[in-house]
Design a protein around this ligand. Structure first.
Ligand SMILES: Nc1nc2c(c(=O)[nH]1)N[C@H]1C(S)=C(S)[C@@H](COP(=O)(O)OP(=O)(O)OC[C@H]3O[C@@H](n4cnc5c(=O)[nH]c(N)nc54)[C@H](O)[C@@H]3O)O[C@H]1N2
Ligand SMILES: Nc1nc2c(c(=O)[nH]1)N[C@H]1C(S)=C(S)[C@@H](COP(=O)(O)OP(=O)(O)OC[C@H]3O[C@@H](n4cnc5c(=O)[nH]c(N)nc54)[C@H](O)[C@@H]3O)O[C@H]1N2
Ligand code: SF4
Ligand SMILES: [Mo]
Length: 737
């Protein structure tokens, strides 16, 4: 029996685990037990139910462990050589017949949580030469990317609420009880909320639903979906009116304050109250309480992004923090200081005005935003004939048939592809359409070291997890990404020298970071992600700098500390992070403020009927963990939450089936009546709908649920980021069959 210490890779909470492994009757190593690691310096014994299921997923008989090739409707197992040969044949065939524009990709969420995928997905996209790619980013945080790019000069420099040191926390459009924090890495987030209150502080939740997070808050303020920007602007107006605007540490570092205040001038609480569904005096009190707190922070997440005014809301969340002296200061919104050099956070290029709309999508003419068009364009780009029609698609750790708007059309379009290749570990709703599936290793078969997530962690923490079941007999995902990227770019298998490409990539990174590639490469016998991780650590703020700082950290330091290493809380960093052409924080970027016209239009629009929002659950992880029996068994979680008054008006009864329809279609789903919903808003979880033919998900099929994205409207987007508005969808509810 051996115990392995490991960081859970499933969400941003990064819990430390103790994984007990022992041989089974056949002598095969088997996960016996997963417990919290109480000695972990970050999570100190905190864990959620998902963390204990890494063994279930590793041992899941449905998990793919060899490449799969589809001939017609029949799947067969294949060797890696055979699978890559088939990929070459398919990809080069499409390029030959239709040109390179016919090739595209979709990158999904678990990419960020995986050692190789996160660090090497850029190799795939780079080598592929694809101009128009897609990702889960445009049903997630693209509004944040836009507001951060325009305000601070880097799309991924996303500031983090310093919950551990704040006295007043406002949570908008996030439900950490389920998600455990997002674009915010903190252990035991509900414990952290409780601690704010225990030290005399206050927690306020603004959400159309009284979530379980509200049990850890002083106040719940229900809000009409999609109206957060109006509320936040009214808060700015109140503060300006009160003459309590205070830039604090940002004094002298900000452009556009006057412009902001002029813009906010007529957004009084009275002007927005009925739109937001929040009385004017409550808005005033909210603003004044927040401004009065010694240290306060507003945190906005998916509910403020996946909505009609995602970018305005994301921008204004930061604005409210900035104008109340709560930015770049302990207890406010701060930039994390990751131990490793996180590549996406580096300001390598010259500061430049962000450009938007450099090109447009072919069918809908959606403008490019930071290199992406809405993922809801993907279906039409596949099924609409003409030059540039997508004929080959590579998916990487993504399940867009469940997670993207326009799912019905996408599900119908994917079978029309001449080539679809999925780098994925399960045969699911999306990958069932692939011609070839290339499985990665299970989490326990590879080492782990976080990357992006450390950029928004509340402390400078990191940990290294060696593989529990190391494997050398299969390609790792970083190798698969390089190979498939090369093939997408028109190379043959023979032309792809993985080691050479990896060395080239590594040398490029090393040089950009100001080190000599030849000198640095002499330190290593082999390449791959661990070499990169070592470099990231050594070149980072606490690293040994290859001898410059002999007591500094290296990957070996982490190998010697299986409980992780903590280098302290966040510190003010604005001068390091800022990368705008003006050298200042842009408080009123034109690209964003121009969108206020659209928001003004919202004030005049009266909502009739019901609005649909999404929700998450602690025992789910987007669409892909419903094949774990211990997580899905029990009460059906895929229900329509509806306020008693709305249920009565719609003629639906608790436990009965309702028919929910939008302009896109209709679904049938069990009803759960609850006053946790504000009147006028209903909620469905996302990530369900596993009742389709042709998957290999024995448990998920049994607990199928319905796909709420069948109701999502592909053109309902936050226009200036292209991000999907999967919250605030107008729906009708009536008794189902
Ligand atoms: N209505 C609605 N829609 C939403 C949302 C919402 O709130 N409401 N949320 C959106 C958000 S925030 C997101 S991030 C997206 C998620 O959208 P996606 O990223 O498209 O979907 P996931 O459900 O995360 O699917 C992950 C896929 O990765 C595979 N996978 C898991 N682990 C690994 C691995 O280690 N390697 C490889 N190669 N594959 C792996 C799984 O089998 C699965 O196919 O959904 C979005 N869609
Ligand atoms: N257990 C679990 N953890 C997860 C995931 C998961 O699927 N399951 N997914 C991970 C991913 S990919 C992400 S992006 C994060 C997301 O993490 P969170 O941002 O915390 O997401 P949710 O839990 O969906 O909470 C969103 C809340 O926004 C509310 N909301 C909807 N519309 C609006 C609106 O217009 N305004 C306001 N103010 N609120 C609104 C909803 O009612 C809901 O309570 O979670 C991550 N962690
Ligand atoms: S909260 Fe759960 S899923 Fe997230 S890291 Fe911790 S154990 Fe894993
Ligand atoms: Mo997400």
């Amino acid at each position: 029996m051996t115990v392995h210490k490991r960081t859970c890779p499933l969400c941003e909470a990064m819990c430390g685990l103790c994984i007990t492994v022992e041989p089974d009757d056949a002598g095969e190593q088997h996960v016996k037990l997963i417990r919290p690691n109480r000695d972990d310096v970050w999570s100190k014994g905190y864990i959620c139910p998902k963390g204990t299921t890494l063994g279930h997923m590793h041992h899941d008989p449905d998990r793919l462990t060899v490449p799969m090739i589809r001939d017609g409707t029949e799947w067969r197992e294949a060797t890696w050589d055979e699978a890559f040969a088939r990929c070459e044949e398919l990809l080069l065939g499409v390029r030959e017949r239709h040109g390179s524009d016919a090739v595209s990709y979709y990158i999904g969420n678990p990419t960020v949580h995986n050692l190789s995928l996160g660090r090497y997905v850029g190799m795939l996209t780079g080598l592929s030469g694809v101009k128009m790619g897609y990702s889960a980013g445009t049903v997630d945080q693209w509004p944040k990317n836009v507001s951060n790019k325009t305000m601070y000069g880097n799309s991924w420099s996303i500031a983090t609420p310093d919950i551990d040191r704040t006295d007043h926390l406002i949570v908008m459009g996030a439900n950490p009880q389920a998600s455990q924090g997002s674009l915010l890495s903190i252990p035991d987030i509900l414990g952290a909320l409780d601690a704010v209150r225990e030290r005399g502080g206050k927690v306020v939740v603004i959400d159309p639903r009284r979530t379980k997070t509200c049990e850890h808050a002083d106040e719940w303020i229900p809000i009409v979906p999609g109206t957060d920007a109006a509320l936040l602007l009214a808060m700015v107006q109140v503060l300006a009116d009160d003459r309590s605007i205070d830039l604090g540490a940002l004094e002298g570092k900000v452009n556009g304050l006057d412009e902001l205040l002029t813009l906010a001038a007529d957004w009084t609480p009275e002007a927005v109250a009925s739109t937001c569904g929040i009385p004017a005096d409550r808005i005033r009190r909210l603003a004044r309480d927040f401004a009065a707190a010694e240290r306060g922070v507003v945190y906005g997440r998916i509910g403020t992004c996946n909505q009609e005014f995602g970018t305005l809301s994301s921008w204004l969340v930061d604005v409210v923090n900035i104008v109340t002296a709560n930015f770049d200061t302990p207890g406010g919104l701060m930039f994390g200081r990751p131990i490793p050099t996180v590549l996406a956070l580096q300001n390598w290029d010259e500061p430049a005005e962000p450009e938007f709309g450099r090109w447009s999508s072919r069918v809908r003419g959606a403008p490019e935003v930071l290199g992406q068009v809405p993922v809801s364009c993907l279906a039409e780009e596949i099924d609409t004939p003409g030059a540039g029609q997508i004929r080959a698609l590579v998916t990487v750790a993504g399940n867009p048939v469940i997670s993207a708007p326009n799912v019905a059309r996408l599900d119908a379009a994917l079978p029309e592809l001449e080539c679809m290749i999925s780098i994925d570990n399960w045969l699911n709703e999306t990958t069932r359409h692939a011609h070839v599936i290339l499985p990665g290793l299970s989490h326990l078969e590879q080492s782990h070291f976080e990357d992006m997530i450390l950029g928004w962690a509340v402390r400078s923490f990191a940990s290294y997890s060696p593989a529990v079941f190391p494997r050398t007999d299969r390609p790792h995902e970083w190798e698969i990404l390089i190979r498939v990227g090369g093939l997408m770019g028109g190379m043959t298998n023979e032309q792809i020298d993985i080691e050479k490409f990896d060395d080239g990539f590594f040398a490029g990174v090393v040089e950009k970071c100001g080190y000599d590639p030849t000198e640095v490469m002499a330190y290593y016998d082999e390449g791959g992600p661990e070499r990169l991780v070592d470099f990231q650590i050594r070149s980072g703020p606490f690293g040994d700098g290859y001898g410059k700082n002999p007591d500094g950290l290296t990957l070996d330091s982490f190998k010697a500390e299986p409980d992780g290493i903590d280098m302290g809380p966040m510190v003010p960093r604005i001068d390091e992070v800022l990368h705008t052409p003006s050298g200042k924080v842009e408080l009123a970027p034109r690209y964003i403020t121009d969108d206020l016209t659209r928001l003004r239009g919202r004030l005049d629009r009266a909502d009739e009927g019901l609005l649909l929002v999404s929700r998450r659950h602690i025992r789910s992880n987007n669409s892909w963990m419903h094949n774990v029996k211990v997580l899905v068994k029990g009460k059906d979680r895929c229900t329509l939450l509806i306020h008693p008054d709305d249920a009565a008006a719609s003629g639906v009864a608790d436990g009965a089936v309702a028919n929910v329809s939008s302009e896109m279609g209709s679904i049938e789903v069990p009803v759960q009546i609850s006053d946790e919903m504000m009147p006028g808003v209903v909620s469905l979880p996302h990530g369900w709908g596993h009742n389709v033919e042709g998957t290999q998900l024995s448990v998920a099929r049994e607990f199928a649920g319905v796909n709420n994205n069948l109701l999502a409207i592909p053109t309902f987007v936050d226009e200036i980021s292209g991000n999907a508005a999967v919250n605030g969808i107008p729906v009708e509810v009536r008794a189902g069959s």
